[in-house]
Design a protein around this ligand. Structure first.
Ligand SMILES: NC(=O)c1ccc[n+]([C@@H]2O[C@H](COP(=O)([O-])OP(=O)(O)OC[C@H]3O[C@@H](n4cnc5c(N)ncnc54)[C@H](OP(=O)(O)O)[C@@H]3O)[C@@H](O)[C@H]2O)c1
Length: 324
């Protein structure tokens, strides 16, 4: 099968198209015939080897890609709940070989039936960003109907889904983004929108139960400002787990009687299934920014690190209408 692999850490040029053996699923895994693979910021981090904490867990050569949509081609002997031919979406094993490939073997528990109303290309845009948003909102953020939430980076891959999940659960959503994305953010359902460049959120928002840092920014001074909008006893959740809270953030949290959490996404099948229901019910829209053929993966990686991409970048591995 064809796969995009790296043999060394580095720039987009280390991404190589190769012919490799099709993986064999373990007892608790499924083999997915991949139709599309999402491209996420973590793909660049892995490609560069820029995270010391992560690098030790990676084995080269490896296949990148941790967002997949495709069809079940084989199931391990312990797997229940999936049939051959099921259309699925999910997050390939991490660390491990990913979905920039024609086939991918992954734990069955990291996949669910894909939303019926989405193409494979659209479905591949959801799992990683969706699980990141879901884990942050509901596991660490404990978001309840009627609560007020401030979402920073609300038009991004993670933030855009977080806005819609929070609205679907009955929260009041304030979102920050850049000026050109304000209308888009309103379309996603945000109740209030703010331009992070020209407006001071800390002066405009207040009585917030939960702040979700879903932007690509790593700046503890910005976190301290955001914590000031929390109610006493509120929660500040950041998905930027690679950037620790400093002393000033801890002090700001203590002064508010607030909790701070760094939220890593949890690959839970039941959450993927719940997201699929919301999407099929028309309550969550999925926006694909750009689709690249698998062979143009380097171009997708050059676009991804900008941090200002509307909608997800997706690699098309097979045409949607190719027979399963
Ligand atoms: N914890 C996890 O498991 C996990 C998983 C996936 C991703 N992540 C992290 O989540 C973050 C978002 O990922 P993503 O895929 O959603 O990225 P993305 O699609 O590139 O979105 C980034 C967002 O950040 C906003 N932004 C950029 N500069 C900003 C600034 N100075 N102030 C405020 N907002 C700013 C962008 O808004 P504009 O375009 O309007 O400027 C955009 O909405 C990344 O840092 C990523 O590393 C964490």
């Amino acid at each position: 099968m064809k796969a995009i692999r790296i043999h060394a850490f580095g720039g987009p040029e280390v991404l190589q198209l190769e012919e490799v053996a099709r993986p064999v699923p373990a007892a608790d895994e499924i083999l997915v015939k991949v139709y599309a693979s999402g491209v996420n910021p973590v793909d660049r981090v892995v490609r560069e080897g820029s995270s010391a904490a992560l690098k030790y867990a990676l084995t080269l050569p490896m296949t990148l890609g941790w967002d997949a949509a495709g069809v079940v081609e084989a199931v391990g002997r312990e797997v229940t709940g999936f049939q051959l031919g099921d259309a699925v979406y999910g997050v390939p094993n991490f660390p491990g070989n990913g979905s920039y490939a024609e086939y991918c073997a992954a734990l069955a528990s990291r996949f669910a039936l894909k939303p019926k109303c989405l193409s494979f290309t659209e479905a591949a845009a959801v799992p990683l960003a969706g699980l990141t948003a879901w884990t942050a909102l509901f596991k660490f953020g404990k978001l309840q109907p009627g609560q007020r939430i401030l979402i920073q980076g609300a038009s991004g891959g993670v933030g855009g889904l977080a806005v819609q999940f929070a609205k679907a659960k009955g929260a009041y959503v304030i979102g920050t983004t850049s000026a050109g994305e304000l209308d888009y953010l309103r379309q996603l359902g945000a109740d209030e929108v703010m331009d992070y460049r020209s407006q001071k959120v800390e002066d405009l928002a207040r009585d917030v139960d939960l702040v979700l840092e879903a932007s690509s920014v790593r700046d503890n001074a910005e976190r301290v400002k955001a914590i000031t909008v929390l109610k006493k006893g509120g929660i500040f959740v950041s998905v930027n787990t690679d950037f620790a809270f400093d002393e000033a953030v801890h002090t700001a949290l203590t002064q508010k009687g607030a909790t701070g959490e760094l939220s890593a996404n949890q690959p839970r099948q039941e959450w993927l299934a719940e997201m699929a229901q919301l999407i099929d019910a028309g309550r969550v829209q999925v926006l694909v920014g750009r689709v690249f053929p698998l062979v143009q993966v380097a171009e997708a990686h050059r676009e991804s690190p900008t941090g200002h991409v509307r909608g997800k970048l997706v690699l098309e591995v097979r045409k949607d209408d190719e027979l399963a």
